[in-house]
Design a protein around this ligand. Structure first.
Ligand code: ATP
Ligand code: MG
Length: 342
């Protein structure tokens, strides 16, 4: 069976981008793949996390998977640090991966900011650990948003180099699964930045647990423009937004794309619906659909986060199952590398 690995960092503020770009797709993949959905707490600490908050945020991500509809009986939900294979294989990949490869990673440059010397070394080698997450289970497919495409390329390079270096046919080269419209939801304040958990502004994102009033307020404050909503002339023959149009009005098209994704519609239909209207009208409709879609899920997440023992038991049981899957792979890896395990 085809096997999927994917993860979300427990860095708080789970947002609409995480939902539309990742978590919602997890639910849709359940019938066709064997799925491993991880809460990647080891990735989270590449930037400072308050320890108590990290525990709460770990339960938050697990709760979001469950509330969105991932079935923890059929599939695996667990947090990364419970399974030692991630750290072990991550180290080995630190020795397979090349500094030149990591130097090309744009996310490191974005996250480290200007003062690169002060970034943790973990942030720098993060893509090697991500490769380990995927390959410890010999996952064949990885659902990724645009922001993770480059890291998955690196995972593929590491799999190939490992197989070559040690003259084995051990790791599959995993394929990306990229989903339609919502692969890159932008900040509500600045259409040139992606919506992100780590953005200091609360108004840049709608979170999965925002109540109706907060969603309404954030959409009202979201940057748009005074122009009317255009028609299909901004799309190419495949219904894709023209780059020039996006560049000219990034915030406007971000809001329209969010509306399309929440309604499971194509952008062309949304433009048909709102052509010639202003953003004040449109924002009302956007608020309505956002509240309808996110409201029940947010309540369920809150309920689950109060039921700590249930969430923790899901994570524990998931970790036991994940460890069993990784064990034979790690045995092969240790043999290939030449680690004596008497
Ligand atoms: P951080 O700022 O801490 O990196 P993040 O918002 O980027 O947080 P991640 O945990 O790094 O979230 O990513 C989890 C998943 O959500 C990944 O699959 C990623 O591709 C997806 N994702 C993150 N941001 C967006 C976005 N703005 N639009 C669509 N998908 C997104
Ligand atoms: Mg991220």
């Amino acid at each position: 069976m085809k096997r999927i690995f994917s993860g979300v960092q427990p860095t708080g503020n789970l947002h609409l981008g995480n939902y539309l770009g990742a978590i919602r797709n997890f639910v849709r993949l359940q019938d066709d793949y064997e799925c491993i959905f991880c809460v990647v707490d080891m990735h989270a600490i590449t930037v400072w996390q308050d320890p108590k908050q990290l525990i709460d945020n770990t339960r938050e991500v697990a709760a979001s998977y469950l509330a969105a509809g991932v079935d923890p009986e059929k599939h695996i939900i667990f947090n990364q640090s419970q399974v030692s294979a991630h750290a072990e294989l991550g180290w080995i990949f630190n020795c397979v991966s090349r500094i030149g490869w990591l130097n090309r990673m744009t996310q490191f440059k974005d996250k480290a900011g200007k003062n690169r010397e002060k970034a943790s070394t973990g942030l720098y080698v993060y893509p090697n650990l991500m490769a380990a997450d995927i390959l410890a289970y010999k996952a064949t497919h990885v659902p990724v948003g645009e922001d993770q495409k480059q890291h998955l390329e690196l995972t593929r390079d590491i799999a190939i180099k490992f197989n070559n270096d040690f003259n084995v046919d051990l790791f599959p080269v995993p394929e990306p699964l990229i989903f339609g419209a919502a692969t890159r939801i932008m900040s509500l304040r600045d259409g040139s930045k992606k919506m992100s958990k780590s953005d200091p502004s609360d108004y840049s994102r709608i979170t999965m647990m925002d109540d109706a009033d907060t969603v309404a307020k954030k959409i009202k404050k979201a940057t748009s423009d005074p122009h009317l909503i255009p028609g299909a002339e901004v799309l190419d023959e495949n219904g894709k937004l023209l780059d020039d149009a996006r560049k000219e009005r990034p915030e406007a098209f971000n809001l329209l794309s969010i509306y399309a994704a929440l309604n499971d519609k194509e952008l062309v239909d949304v433009l048909g619906e709102f052509e010639g209207k202003g953003f004040a009208d449109f924002k009302k409709s956007l608020t309505e659909v956002a509240v309808t879609k996110l409201g029940p899920m947010g309540s369920e997440m809150k309920r689950l986060m109060d039921d700590k023992s249930y969430v923790d038991s899901v994570l524990k049981q998931g970790a036991d199952r994940a460890a069993k899957l990784a064990e034979p792979v790690m045995k092969e890896v240790f043999d290939a590398v030449g680690f004596l395990r008497p």
